[in-house]
Write a protein that binds this ligand. Structure first.
Ligand code: GLU
Length: 508
């Protein structure tokens, strides 16, 4: 058997949707499991859809997700170039081969003539007629014009396209790994353009030619391409023989709260849809990504993998290596999988807990720095992250959960303290400052013993005192154990904070 070769073939037209990343992931897992090659080919033949920066963005997303291609326009490889616009010249010969063999034809119709055709053939049942077997013999193409005229038009460089001549009443079937036997009635498919007037191939021709030339063995893509499959199958048959055709898998759609998950759902429901932040270069509109929202790549990959796939066990958490070991396409459900943001966050929370903080410390540091908090001591920072990681669902949560380890509270939850504040508490905290100042070995045991002894001596309930102490240190009632906080921020800082809060609370 020939070596497994899969490809991810994005058109660089904008942000990378999570469905797109799942397509990459399933390709990648399959290839790595089989010891095969993962190829990235940029399908940029539609110049009208070219978007500045979109290709680089795709590679940045792949790097973030940890799915580096074996061959791509960036890494190169034996089948270079991997950008279709750079392969432009090689497609024409295949279009001409199809014409010679009677499977395609030149079409010279002008936009006005096409418009007229759509008007003339419009009926109630068929409101938008296509260029197909029913109309082609009434159009201006190499099937209807005498050969001499065709030659003349071509010699004069008359604008033209090449169209596939779809067969009539043929059942086109193929086996899809996920959908099994799939059949199409060829009469329902139009004569798709294969080569455009600008000499560029369309996606249909380029995808087939390149999958052939790049020796792709398996082609996995989104289900939205299923309706194009009959054209591709015919092109395979006409150009290269079906035995060279890759095995197809059309991956089910990812569903949002209302139908197919869309970028708009993200804005409506407040969750990311793209892998990373995407800024539309024309409108400057920013669409937030999973990365910037505070997701770990481990969690993002994990949640995408199980969106429509399971290995038959109860396991939910998988590292990339485990996925490579467990993944199989025959366990991908054919029905669309519903994206659940709450579940997505659950995965992130679990991965935050599971991974050592060193794994994401740098990213959290950047979040702090973006809020003008300078982290000078990386060891201290790591220690703090360990203390609060259980409480964080997104990496961005670390800021709120840990900021008080770096700066004194600006405000206090006075509503909680006021009803409990009295002279006894005032005395207690005044005495506590003296007690703390006298501690020479500042550690969990010495701090806690001092605090509890003083409470017993003054006969005050521990719970109320601890709540007040927490508000003094943190500003609110959140955070890990109060004594742990005191130990971490150190004696001087602890005493400072109690003193500062005391001046405010004593006015109650
Ligand atoms: N260029 C197509 C896209 O943008 C690729 C479809 C395929 O994988 O065949 O999704």
């Amino acid at each position: 058997m020939s070596k497994v070769r899969v490809r991810f073939a994005p058109s660089p037209t904008g942000g990378l949707h999570l469905g797109g990343v799942r397509t990459v992931l399933y390709n990648y897992l399959f290839a790595k499991k089989q010891g095969g090659d993962f190829v990235v080919r940029i399908e940029d033949t539609d110049q009208t859809r070219f978007v500045e920066g979109a290709e680089q963005y795709i590679f940045n997303c792949l790097t973030w997700c940890g799915m580096e291609p074996d061959e791509s326009p960036v890494t190169g490889g034996p089948y270079a170039p991997y950008r279709q616009s750079e392969r432009k010249e090689l497609y024409r010969q295949y279009a001409e081969q199809l014409i010679r063999d009677g499977f395609a034809y030149y079409a010279f119709d002008t936009p006005e003539e096409l418009e007229k055709m759509r008007n003339d053939f419009k009926t109630a049942e068929n409101p938008s007629p296509q260029y197909d077997g029913k109309v082609r013999m009434q159009m201006k193409n190499s099937l209807t014009l005498p050969a001499d005229d065709v030659k003349k038009l071509l010699d004069q460089n008359t604008r033209h396209v090449v169209r596939i001549k779809m067969t009539a009443n043929e059942t086109i079937s193929f086996t899809d790994i996920i959908h099994h036997e799939v059949s199409f009635d060829s009469s329902l498919v139009d004569d798709k353009v294969l080569l455009k007037a600008d000499g560029m191939p369309t996606y249909h021709l380029a995808v087939v030619v390149d999958d052939y030339l790049m020796k792709i063995t398996h082609a996995f893509r989104g289900e939205e391409w299923l309706s194009s499959a009959p054209v591709h199958v015919l092109l395979w048959k006409y150009l290269f023989g079906l035995e060279h055709m890759p095995q197809w898998a059309h991956l089910p759609l990812i569903m949002g709260p209302s139908g197919k998950l869309s970028k708009r759902d993200g804005a409506t429901y407040g969750f990311p849809v793209f892998a990373m932040n995407w800024i539309d270069p024309k409108s400057n509109e920013l669409t937030e990504g999973f990365k910037e929202k505070g997701f770990l790549p481990e969690a993002f990959i994990n949640l995408l993998a199980v969106l429509g796939w399971n290995d038959g066990s109860e396991q939910e958490m998988y590292s990339m290596d485990e996925l490579i070991a467990h993944f199989s396409l025959d366990r991908v459900h054919a029905a669309g999988a519903k994206f659940d943001y709450e579940k997505a966050k659950w995965f992130n929370h679990e991965w935050i807990k599971k991974l050592p903080v060193t794994n994401y410390q740098q990213r959290v540091k950047e979040i702090f720095e973006s809020k003008n908090v300078t982290v000078t001591d990386d060891k201290y920072f790591a220690k703090v992250l360990v203390l609060v990681k259980e409480r964080c669902t997104l990496l961005t949560d670390f800021y709120d959960q840990a900021i008080f380890f770096f700066v004194q509270p600006a405000n206090y939850d006075e509503a909680s303290v006021k009803p409990k504040w009295d002279n006894e508490k005032q005395d207690f905290f005044t005495a506590l400052i003296t007690g703390y100042n006298a501690i020479s070995d500042w550690n969990l045991i010495s701090i806690e013993t001092e605090f509890k002894n003083l409470a017993t001596e003054k006969n005050i309930k521990l719970g109320e005192l601890q709540m007040i102490l927490r508000v003094m240190l943190v500003g609110s009632k959140m955070g890990p154990g109060v004594f742990v906080i005191e130990e971490t921020i150190g004696k001087t800082e602890t005493v400072n904070r109690i003193e500062k809060a005391l001046t405010i609370f004593s006015l109650f």
